[in-house]
Design a protein. Structure first.
Length: 184
């Protein structure tokens, strides 16, 4: 019995004496709660923010939403797995759909739209007024997830669409909607 306790104590010392040799984990690893699969659209809101511009070929997911009192549009495209989500909706953690995603052979073509409008260069936040000061308004979000799991987020909220969007926003939205509609 004494040998067993000595063995256990020795193992305890070995295990607690070991430490990670990497001094500086990456930002993505530091800020991600590992109980969420950030590569799953269901948990995309838990993914860390991208802190640098990535090549367009690194894009694996695109999320677009526009909301106003007249209605809303939500688009979720898994570029990497070549899937478009039908009727997606936003949840606390991410994006979900009650229907199975639709396989789309040419899903990577959507990257041309993102690149054409230079979305990665857009400001992060176009909000110009405190949302608690009004009831009716408009909002939009465009998120681009990269192969490293980070997300480039752009959006805005306010009472004036022209004040929270940049030039070309409406044509970008129309092209994204047409892209999805023609494939569903």
């Amino acid at each position: 019995m004494k040998k067993f306790f000595c063995f256990c104590f020795g193992m305890f010392l070995v295990v607690t004496g070991c430490k990670d040799v990497s001094d500086e984990p990456t930002k993505a690893i530091q800020s991600v709660d590992t109980k969420y699969d950030i590569y799953d659209f269901s948990y995309i809101k838990k993914a860390p923010d991208a802190d640098e511009e990535h090549p367009i070929d690194d894009v694996i997911k695109i999320y677009f939403s526009e909301w106003s009192m007249e209605g809303s549009t939500v688009i979720a495209i898994d570029v990497e797995n070549r899937e478009i989500f039908k009727d997606p909706h936003s949840t606390r953690n991410g994006i979900e759909s009650f229907e199975d995603p639709v396989f789309v052979e040419d899903a990577r073509e959507v990257l041309k739209i993102i690149e054409k409008y230079n979305v990665q260069k857009w400001k992060e936040d176009y909000t110009f007024e405190d949302p608690s000061t009004y009831e009716d308004g408009i909002s939009f979000d465009i998120w681009i997830q990269f192969s490293d799991g980070t997300v480039d987020r752009h959006g805005g909220a306010g009472t004036s669409k022209s004040a929270i969007t940049r030039e070309g926003f409406d044509t970008l939205a129309k092209e994204l909607i047409d892209f999805v509609d023609t494939r569903l």
